[in-house]
Write a protein that binds this ligand. Structure first.
Ligand code: GDP
Ligand code: MG
Ligand code: K
Length: 297
C-alpha cells in the first residue's frame, strides 16, 4: 500500500464588525484581491469565497456580508438566525477585532458566535498596538468574555503573522478531498469581480460624494483572443449626479477606470480593454412596479 498523506479541507468564516479588516485579510490569505476593501463600511455586499490550497490542505474562506449590512441596533432576529446558521455550518470561525478597540458593534457580533464551532480570536491591525503589555491587557479583556479556540495577532494590511494564523486554523479542517481545483482562488466569476473592482474605485475616489443610489452594471464582457473587452456602466439616479462621478474634465472617471483596469489585468493575468461610463437610470420600470405594489394601477 502506498502511504499518501491525508488531505484536509474545510470552510472558514471570517466575521467581525465593518472595517476590522475582513476583506483585507481574505485577500492576503489567498494572495489575490477578490474582496473589495475601503474605509467605508458596507463595501462587501456579496458573500465572497476565497480559496487557499497547500500540499495537503485547502482552506475555503467565506466573507460574511450579514455582519456588514446591519445598521447599529437594527440587527433583527431573522438576520441573526441566518448568520448563526451559517456560522454553525463552517469548520472554523475567525472573529476579527481591531487591536485596542472593542466596541459595542464588536460585542454585537460576538454575541452571535457559535458555541460548538471553534472560534479563533484574530486581533488585526497589529501596527496600531502601542506595546506588548497593553496588547496583552486588551486580549485578556476580550478572552474573558468568550471561550476561544485560539488567539492570533496579525496585520492583514501588512501581511504579518498570516502563516501563524493558518497554523492555528489547519488542525480544525476535517479530513476531506479538496473541494476546488488547486489553482482556483475564488468561486466568483470574472464578470462579478470586474464589477466589484469598479465599485471599489468608486468608493475610494468619491468618498463622501458617493451618490447613495448608485449601481454598477457589466454591459459587456467578451474575450477577444487573449484580450478581455469589458464595458461597465455606473448607474446613478439623477442627471445632476453624473458630474460627481465624471469629475472636472472627466478626470475622476478616468482615474477610476485606469486603476480598475490595472487591478483587473493583475487579477485576470491578461490585457483588459475597459470602458466605464455613467448613465442615469431610467426610473420608469421601478415607478411602475412601485405603483403596482401599492395597488395603484
Ligand atoms: P472589512 O469591512 O472588515 O472588510 O474591512 P476592510 O478589509 O475593508 O478594511 C477596512 C480598513 O482597514 C481599510 O482601510 C484597510 O486598509 C484597513 N486595514 C486592514 N488591515 C489593516 C492593518 O493590519 N493595519 C491597518 N493600519 N489598517 C488595516
Ligand atoms: Mg469587507
Ligand atoms: K470596509
Amino acid at each position: 500500500m502506498t502511504d499518501t498523506p491525508q488531505f484536509h479541507c474545510g470552510f472558514v468564516a471570517i466575521v467581525g464588525r465593518p472595517n476590522v479588516g475582513k476583506s483585507t485579510l481574505m485577500n492576503h490569505l489567498i494572495g489575490q484581491k477578490i474582496s473589495i476593501t475601503s474605509k467605508k463600511s458596507q463595501t462587501t455586499r456579496h458573500r465572497v469565497t476565497g480559496i487557499h490550497t497547500e500540499d495537503t490542505a485547502q482552506f475555503v474562506f467565506v466573507d460574511t456580508p450579514g455582519f456588514q449590512t446591519y445598521h447599529k441596533g437594527a440587527l433583527n432576529e431573522a438576520l441573526n438566525k441566518s448568520v448563526k446558521d451559517s456560522l454553525g455550518s463552517v469548520d472554523c470561525v475567525l472573529f476579527l477585532l481591531e487591536a485596542m478597540r472593542f466596541t459595542s458593534a464588536d460585542k454585537e457580533v460576538m454575541a452571535l458566535l457559535p458555541k460548538k464551532t471553534p472560534v479563533i480570536l484574530v486581533v488585526n491591525k497589529l501596527d496600531k498596538a502601542k506595546d506588548k503589555l497593553t496588547l496583552q491587557a486588551f486580549i485578556d479583556e476580550v478572552t474573558a468574555e468568550f471561550e476561544f479556540a485560539g488567539v492570533e495577532v496579525v496585520s492583514a494590511k501588512h501581511g504579518q503573522r498570516l502563516a501563524e494564523l493558518l497554523d492555528q486554523v489547519r488542525p480544525h479542517l476535517p479530513e476531506s478531498m479538496p473541494l476546488y481545483p488547486e489553482d482556483m482562488v475564488t468561486d466568483k466569476n470574472e464578470r462579478f469581480l470586474a464589477a466589484e473592482i469598479v465599485r471599489e474605485k468608486l468608493f475610494r475616489y468619491l468618498g463622501e460624494e458617493l451618490p447613495y443610489e448608485m449601481n454598477v452594471e457589466v454591459e459587456m464582457f467578451e474575450m477577444d483572443g487573449a484580450l478581455r473587452r469589458i464595458h461597465i456602466a455606473v448607474l446613478v439616479d439623477k442627471e445632476h449626479q453624473k458630474p460627481i462621478v465624471i469629475g472636472k474634465a472627466g478626470e475622476k472617471l478616468k482615474k477610476i477606470s485606469t486603476e480598475a483596469r490595472l487591478d483587473m489585468e493583475k487579477l485576470f493575468d491578461g490585457k483588459v480593454f475597459l470602458q466605464v461610463w455613467v448613465k442615469v437610470k431610467s426610473g420608469w420600470a421601478d415607478d411602475v412596479r412601485f405603483l403596482r405594489e401599492f395597488g395603484l394601477n
